[in-house]
Design a binder for this molecule. Structure first.
Ligand code: NDP
Length: 325
Protein backbone atom coordinates (compact mmCIF):
# COMPACT_ATOMS: atom_id res chain seq x y z
CA UNK A 1 0.00 0.00 0.00
CA UNK A 2 1.51 3.33 -1.03
CA UNK A 3 0.65 7.02 -1.10
CA UNK A 4 -2.35 6.92 1.24
CA UNK A 5 -3.13 9.15 4.21
CA UNK A 6 -3.75 6.85 7.15
CA UNK A 7 -5.05 7.51 10.66
CA UNK A 8 -4.17 4.96 13.35
CA UNK A 9 -5.37 4.73 16.94
CA UNK A 10 -3.77 2.35 19.42
CA UNK A 11 -0.48 2.89 17.58
CA UNK A 12 1.53 2.26 20.73
CA UNK A 13 -0.25 -1.07 21.23
CA UNK A 14 0.75 -4.59 20.40
CA UNK A 15 -1.54 -4.86 17.36
CA UNK A 16 -1.43 -1.48 15.63
CA UNK A 17 2.14 -0.42 16.26
CA UNK A 18 3.78 -2.79 13.75
CA UNK A 19 1.09 -1.84 11.22
CA UNK A 20 1.72 1.89 11.68
CA UNK A 21 5.47 1.41 11.45
CA UNK A 22 5.23 -0.70 8.30
CA UNK A 23 2.75 1.60 6.55
CA UNK A 24 4.79 4.72 7.39
CA UNK A 25 7.39 3.56 4.87
CA UNK A 26 5.22 4.46 1.87
CA UNK A 27 2.27 6.41 3.23
CA UNK A 28 1.47 9.44 5.38
CA UNK A 29 0.65 7.88 8.75
CA UNK A 30 -0.80 9.78 11.69
CA UNK A 31 -1.04 8.07 15.08
CA UNK A 32 -3.42 9.31 17.78
CA UNK A 33 -3.03 8.34 21.43
CA UNK A 34 -2.11 9.40 24.92
CA UNK A 35 1.47 8.11 24.45
CA UNK A 36 2.04 7.07 28.01
CA UNK A 37 4.93 5.02 26.61
CA UNK A 38 7.42 7.63 25.30
CA UNK A 39 9.66 4.92 23.80
CA UNK A 40 6.83 3.62 21.60
CA UNK A 41 5.98 7.19 20.57
CA UNK A 42 9.62 7.88 19.66
CA UNK A 43 9.87 4.64 17.71
CA UNK A 44 6.78 5.58 15.68
CA UNK A 45 8.23 9.02 14.92
CA UNK A 46 11.58 7.51 13.92
CA UNK A 47 9.76 5.29 11.43
CA UNK A 48 8.18 8.41 9.89
CA UNK A 49 4.73 8.47 11.56
CA UNK A 50 3.28 11.68 12.95
CA UNK A 51 2.03 11.47 16.52
CA UNK A 52 -0.84 13.56 17.91
CA UNK A 53 -1.89 13.45 21.55
CA UNK A 54 -5.53 12.38 21.84
CA UNK A 55 -7.45 10.87 24.70
CA UNK A 56 -10.58 9.27 23.30
CA UNK A 57 -12.22 9.65 26.70
CA UNK A 58 -12.27 13.42 26.45
CA UNK A 59 -10.76 14.94 23.31
CA UNK A 60 -12.47 15.93 20.11
CA UNK A 61 -10.56 15.95 16.84
CA UNK A 62 -10.66 19.67 16.06
CA UNK A 63 -7.51 20.78 14.28
CA UNK A 64 -6.85 17.36 12.76
CA UNK A 65 -7.03 17.11 8.94
CA UNK A 66 -10.12 15.40 7.55
CA UNK A 67 -8.71 13.99 4.34
CA UNK A 68 -7.58 10.61 5.65
CA UNK A 69 -8.12 7.85 3.13
CA UNK A 70 -7.91 4.94 5.61
CA UNK A 71 -8.52 4.58 9.35
CA UNK A 72 -7.33 1.79 11.65
CA UNK A 73 -9.13 2.14 14.99
CA UNK A 74 -7.36 -0.18 17.40
CA UNK A 75 -7.40 1.83 20.65
CA UNK A 76 -9.43 0.30 23.44
CA UNK A 77 -10.36 1.14 26.96
CA UNK A 78 -10.90 -2.34 28.42
CA UNK A 79 -12.20 -0.97 31.74
CA UNK A 80 -11.33 -2.14 35.22
CA UNK A 81 -14.03 -4.79 35.43
CA UNK A 82 -16.53 -2.55 37.27
CA UNK A 83 -16.79 0.74 35.36
CA UNK A 84 -19.34 -0.44 32.78
CA UNK A 85 -20.84 3.00 32.10
CA UNK A 86 -17.54 4.75 31.54
CA UNK A 87 -16.13 1.87 29.49
CA UNK A 88 -19.18 1.90 27.22
CA UNK A 89 -19.13 5.68 26.90
CA UNK A 90 -15.42 6.05 26.12
CA UNK A 91 -15.28 3.32 23.47
CA UNK A 92 -18.52 4.51 21.90
CA UNK A 93 -17.68 8.19 21.78
CA UNK A 94 -14.11 7.57 20.60
CA UNK A 95 -15.40 5.48 17.71
CA UNK A 96 -18.14 7.99 16.88
CA UNK A 97 -15.74 10.94 16.85
CA UNK A 98 -13.30 9.15 14.57
CA UNK A 99 -15.94 8.01 12.10
CA UNK A 100 -17.67 11.38 11.98
CA UNK A 101 -14.36 13.16 11.47
CA UNK A 102 -13.21 10.77 8.73
CA UNK A 103 -16.59 10.25 7.09
CA UNK A 104 -15.09 10.73 3.61
CA UNK A 105 -12.47 8.01 4.05
CA UNK A 106 -12.24 5.09 1.64
CA UNK A 107 -12.23 2.56 4.48
CA UNK A 108 -12.56 2.37 8.26
CA UNK A 109 -11.31 -0.69 10.14
CA UNK A 110 -12.49 -1.27 13.70
CA UNK A 111 -10.51 -3.91 15.58
CA UNK A 112 -13.01 -5.86 17.67
CA UNK A 113 -12.53 -9.15 19.51
CA UNK A 114 -13.80 -12.72 19.72
CA UNK A 115 -14.71 -11.83 23.30
CA UNK A 116 -18.06 -10.56 21.93
CA UNK A 117 -19.34 -14.10 21.37
CA UNK A 118 -21.52 -15.89 23.90
CA UNK A 119 -19.07 -18.68 24.51
CA UNK A 120 -20.47 -21.99 25.62
CA UNK A 121 -18.34 -24.70 24.08
CA UNK A 122 -14.54 -24.83 23.95
CA UNK A 123 -14.48 -26.69 20.65
CA UNK A 124 -17.11 -24.67 18.80
CA UNK A 125 -15.81 -22.74 15.78
CA UNK A 126 -17.52 -19.37 16.12
CA UNK A 127 -19.11 -17.77 13.08
CA UNK A 128 -20.11 -14.15 12.66
CA UNK A 129 -23.79 -14.99 13.03
CA UNK A 130 -23.37 -16.81 16.36
CA UNK A 131 -24.99 -15.45 19.54
CA UNK A 132 -23.35 -12.37 21.02
CA UNK A 133 -23.11 -11.26 24.63
CA UNK A 134 -19.76 -12.61 25.72
CA UNK A 135 -19.00 -12.84 29.41
CA UNK A 136 -15.40 -12.44 30.54
CA UNK A 137 -15.10 -13.22 34.26
CA UNK A 138 -11.45 -12.13 34.13
CA UNK A 139 -12.51 -8.64 32.94
CA UNK A 140 -16.30 -8.22 32.72
CA UNK A 141 -16.13 -4.74 31.18
CA UNK A 142 -14.12 -5.89 28.16
CA UNK A 143 -16.94 -7.48 26.12
CA UNK A 144 -19.06 -4.40 26.85
CA UNK A 145 -16.32 -2.18 25.44
CA UNK A 146 -16.15 -4.16 22.21
CA UNK A 147 -19.88 -4.68 21.70
CA UNK A 148 -20.60 -1.01 22.31
CA UNK A 149 -17.99 0.18 19.84
CA UNK A 150 -19.10 -2.42 17.29
CA UNK A 151 -22.62 -1.03 17.50
CA UNK A 152 -21.40 2.51 16.89
CA UNK A 153 -19.26 1.35 13.97
CA UNK A 154 -22.22 -0.47 12.40
CA UNK A 155 -24.52 2.50 12.92
CA UNK A 156 -22.21 5.13 11.51
CA UNK A 157 -21.10 2.93 8.62
CA UNK A 158 -24.67 3.13 7.37
CA UNK A 159 -25.64 6.60 8.59
CA UNK A 160 -22.53 8.16 7.04
CA UNK A 161 -22.15 5.75 4.12
CA UNK A 162 -18.59 5.12 5.35
CA UNK A 163 -17.19 1.76 4.12
CA UNK A 164 -16.38 -0.11 7.31
CA UNK A 165 -15.00 -3.46 8.34
CA UNK A 166 -15.29 -4.81 11.87
CA UNK A 167 -12.60 -7.44 12.38
CA UNK A 168 -13.08 -9.66 15.44
CA UNK A 169 -9.53 -10.50 16.38
CA UNK A 170 -8.58 -13.81 17.99
CA UNK A 171 -5.18 -13.77 19.79
CA UNK A 172 -2.46 -11.65 18.21
CA UNK A 173 1.14 -12.09 19.29
CA UNK A 174 4.55 -10.88 18.21
CA UNK A 175 7.55 -8.87 19.31
CA UNK A 176 5.69 -5.63 20.10
CA UNK A 177 4.20 -4.16 23.26
CA UNK A 178 3.23 -6.82 25.78
CA UNK A 179 3.82 -9.50 23.11
CA UNK A 180 0.27 -10.84 23.34
CA UNK A 181 -1.31 -13.52 25.53
CA UNK A 182 1.39 -16.15 24.82
CA UNK A 183 4.13 -13.84 26.10
CA UNK A 184 2.02 -12.86 29.12
CA UNK A 185 1.73 -16.57 29.91
CA UNK A 186 5.47 -17.06 29.39
CA UNK A 187 6.16 -14.28 31.88
CA UNK A 188 4.01 -16.18 34.39
CA UNK A 189 6.10 -19.29 33.70
CA UNK A 190 9.34 -17.34 34.22
CA UNK A 191 8.03 -16.03 37.52
CA UNK A 192 7.30 -19.58 38.66
CA UNK A 193 3.57 -18.87 38.74
CA UNK A 194 1.12 -21.62 37.78
CA UNK A 195 -0.75 -21.03 34.50
CA UNK A 196 -4.52 -21.44 34.76
CA UNK A 197 -5.94 -24.15 32.48
CA UNK A 198 -9.29 -25.97 32.50
CA UNK A 199 -9.83 -28.95 34.81
CA UNK A 200 -10.38 -31.15 31.76
CA UNK A 201 -9.25 -30.72 28.18
CA UNK A 202 -7.74 -27.41 27.14
CA UNK A 203 -8.67 -24.01 25.74
CA UNK A 204 -8.04 -23.39 22.05
CA UNK A 205 -7.43 -20.34 19.93
CA UNK A 206 -6.23 -19.20 16.49
CA UNK A 207 -2.93 -17.44 17.13
CA UNK A 208 -2.20 -14.64 14.64
CA UNK A 209 1.35 -13.33 14.29
CA UNK A 210 1.72 -9.58 13.93
CA UNK A 211 3.49 -10.09 10.56
CA UNK A 212 0.17 -11.46 9.29
CA UNK A 213 -1.68 -8.60 11.01
CA UNK A 214 0.52 -6.11 9.12
CA UNK A 215 -0.04 -7.87 5.80
CA UNK A 216 -3.78 -8.29 6.29
CA UNK A 217 -4.80 -4.78 7.40
CA UNK A 218 -4.75 -3.37 3.82
CA UNK A 219 -6.69 -6.45 2.67
CA UNK A 220 -9.30 -5.82 5.37
CA UNK A 221 -9.61 -2.20 4.23
CA UNK A 222 -10.38 -3.52 0.75
CA UNK A 223 -13.23 -5.55 2.28
CA UNK A 224 -14.82 -2.48 3.94
CA UNK A 225 -18.39 -1.67 2.90
CA UNK A 226 -21.61 -0.08 4.06
CA UNK A 227 -23.44 -1.72 5.83
CA UNK A 228 -20.36 -2.79 7.73
CA UNK A 229 -18.60 -6.04 6.88
CA UNK A 230 -18.04 -8.13 10.03
CA UNK A 231 -15.35 -10.81 9.91
CA UNK A 232 -13.54 -13.14 12.29
CA UNK A 233 -9.80 -12.43 12.22
CA UNK A 234 -7.44 -15.15 13.44
CA UNK A 235 -4.66 -17.50 12.40
CA UNK A 236 -5.40 -20.54 10.25
CA UNK A 237 -4.24 -23.07 12.84
CA UNK A 238 -6.05 -24.30 15.92
CA UNK A 239 -3.74 -24.11 18.90
CA UNK A 240 -4.34 -25.66 22.33
CA UNK A 241 -3.28 -23.27 25.08
CA UNK A 242 -1.84 -26.12 27.17
CA UNK A 243 0.08 -27.31 24.08
CA UNK A 244 1.37 -23.76 23.67
CA UNK A 245 2.59 -23.63 27.28
CA UNK A 246 4.36 -26.97 26.95
CA UNK A 247 5.92 -25.90 23.65
CA UNK A 248 7.29 -22.67 25.19
CA UNK A 249 8.71 -24.77 28.02
CA UNK A 250 10.38 -27.17 25.55
CA UNK A 251 11.85 -24.22 23.61
CA UNK A 252 13.28 -22.37 26.59
CA UNK A 253 13.72 -24.93 29.38
CA UNK A 254 11.48 -22.82 31.65
CA UNK A 255 9.23 -25.25 33.54
CA UNK A 256 5.47 -24.86 33.25
CA UNK A 257 3.18 -25.37 36.25
CA UNK A 258 -0.45 -26.01 35.35
CA UNK A 259 -3.22 -24.80 37.65
CA UNK A 260 -6.26 -26.95 36.84
CA UNK A 261 -8.52 -24.92 39.14
CA UNK A 262 -10.95 -24.15 36.33
CA UNK A 263 -10.46 -20.38 36.38
CA UNK A 264 -8.58 -20.10 33.10
CA UNK A 265 -9.22 -17.26 30.69
CA UNK A 266 -11.58 -18.51 28.00
CA UNK A 267 -10.39 -18.37 24.43
CA UNK A 268 -12.31 -19.12 21.25
CA UNK A 269 -11.86 -20.92 17.97
CA UNK A 270 -13.07 -19.24 14.79
CA UNK A 271 -14.62 -20.52 11.64
CA UNK A 272 -12.40 -19.07 8.90
CA UNK A 273 -14.45 -19.55 5.75
CA UNK A 274 -15.50 -15.92 5.38
CA UNK A 275 -12.11 -14.51 6.36
CA UNK A 276 -10.38 -16.77 3.84
CA UNK A 277 -12.76 -15.64 1.11
CA UNK A 278 -12.11 -11.98 1.94
CA UNK A 279 -8.38 -11.81 2.70
CA UNK A 280 -6.93 -15.27 2.16
CA UNK A 281 -4.67 -17.45 4.30
CA UNK A 282 -2.08 -16.61 6.92
CA UNK A 283 1.63 -17.06 6.35
CA UNK A 284 3.25 -17.59 9.76
CA UNK A 285 2.98 -21.01 11.40
CA UNK A 286 2.42 -20.78 15.14
CA UNK A 287 5.41 -22.88 16.15
CA UNK A 288 7.94 -20.80 14.21
CA UNK A 289 6.13 -17.56 15.13
CA UNK A 290 6.26 -18.35 18.85
CA UNK A 291 9.92 -19.39 18.66
CA UNK A 292 10.88 -16.16 16.87
CA UNK A 293 8.88 -14.01 19.25
CA UNK A 294 10.40 -15.60 22.35
CA UNK A 295 13.89 -15.22 20.87
CA UNK A 296 13.21 -11.54 20.06
CA UNK A 297 11.67 -10.59 23.40
CA UNK A 298 13.71 -12.82 25.73
CA UNK A 299 17.24 -12.77 24.30
CA UNK A 300 18.61 -14.85 27.20
CA UNK A 301 16.87 -17.93 25.70
CA UNK A 302 17.87 -17.25 22.10
CA UNK A 303 20.70 -19.81 21.85
CA UNK A 304 18.55 -22.54 23.33
CA UNK A 305 15.63 -21.68 21.05
CA UNK A 306 17.88 -21.59 17.99
CA UNK A 307 19.28 -25.03 18.91
CA UNK A 308 15.75 -26.42 19.32
CA UNK A 309 14.70 -24.83 16.02
CA UNK A 310 17.68 -26.28 14.17
CA UNK A 311 16.93 -29.75 15.53
CA UNK A 312 13.20 -29.62 14.76
CA UNK A 313 13.19 -27.44 11.61
CA UNK A 314 11.00 -24.99 13.51
CA UNK A 315 11.92 -21.78 11.70
CA UNK A 316 11.43 -23.29 8.27
CA UNK A 317 8.12 -24.90 9.20
CA UNK A 318 6.34 -21.68 8.27
CA UNK A 319 2.92 -23.18 8.25
CA UNK A 320 3.19 -26.28 10.37
CA UNK A 321 0.15 -28.36 11.17
CA UNK A 322 -1.98 -27.05 13.99
CA UNK A 323 -3.39 -29.14 16.76
CA UNK A 324 -6.79 -30.42 15.65
CA UNK A 325 -9.44 -30.09 18.33
P1 NDP B 1 -2.84 -2.67 23.87
O1 NDP B 1 -3.35 -2.86 25.25
O2 NDP B 1 -1.47 -3.14 23.53
O3 NDP B 1 -2.92 -1.13 23.48
C1 NDP B 1 -4.09 -0.40 23.71
C2 NDP B 1 -3.99 0.87 22.89
O4 NDP B 1 -5.16 1.67 23.14
C3 NDP B 1 -2.76 1.69 23.23
O5 NDP B 1 -2.11 2.04 22.04
C4 NDP B 1 -3.34 2.92 23.92
O6 NDP B 1 -2.60 4.04 23.55
C5 NDP B 1 -4.74 3.01 23.32
N1 NDP B 1 -5.66 3.67 24.23
C6 NDP B 1 -6.15 3.17 25.40
N2 NDP B 1 -6.92 4.08 26.00
C7 NDP B 1 -6.94 5.17 25.18
C8 NDP B 1 -7.54 6.44 25.26
N3 NDP B 1 -8.31 6.79 26.30
N4 NDP B 1 -7.36 7.32 24.25
C9 NDP B 1 -6.58 6.98 23.19
N5 NDP B 1 -5.96 5.79 23.06
C10 NDP B 1 -6.13 4.91 24.05
O7 NDP B 1 -3.91 -3.28 22.90
P2 NDP B 1 -3.71 -4.34 21.74
O8 NDP B 1 -2.79 -3.78 20.73
O9 NDP B 1 -3.45 -5.65 22.37
O10 NDP B 1 -5.18 -4.42 21.13
C11 NDP B 1 -5.55 -3.59 20.04
C12 NDP B 1 -6.99 -3.83 19.70
O11 NDP B 1 -7.17 -5.19 19.38
C13 NDP B 1 -7.94 -3.53 20.84
O12 NDP B 1 -9.07 -2.91 20.32
C14 NDP B 1 -8.27 -4.90 21.41
O13 NDP B 1 -9.56 -4.91 22.00
C15 NDP B 1 -8.20 -5.74 20.17
N6 NDP B 1 -7.85 -7.14 20.42
C16 NDP B 1 -6.58 -7.47 20.75
C17 NDP B 1 -6.23 -8.78 20.89
C18 NDP B 1 -4.83 -9.20 21.14
O14 NDP B 1 -4.55 -10.40 21.07
N7 NDP B 1 -3.90 -8.29 21.41
C19 NDP B 1 -7.22 -9.87 20.78
C20 NDP B 1 -8.55 -9.41 20.43
C21 NDP B 1 -8.83 -8.09 20.25
P3 NDP B 1 -2.06 5.13 24.60
O15 NDP B 1 -1.77 4.39 25.87
O16 NDP B 1 -0.87 5.73 23.94
O17 NDP B 1 -3.17 6.10 24.72
Amino acid sequence: MQGKKILVTGGTGQVARPVAEALAAGNEVWCLGRFGDPAACKALQERGARTVTWDMASDDLKGLPRDFTHVLHSAVRRGDGRDFEETARVNAVGTARLMSHCSAAEAFLYVSSGVVYHRADRTHRYQVGDPLGGAAPWLPTYPVAKLTAEAVARGLAEALGLPTVIARLNIAYGPYGHGGVPMILFNEMRAGQPCAVPREGQNHCNLLHTDDVVRQVPLLWEAARSPAQVVNWGGDEEVGITDLLEYMSALTGVPVLLDRGDHSRETALFDHEERRALIGDCSIGWRSGIARTLADLFGEYRDRIDAYAAEHGTYTDEHGAGTPV
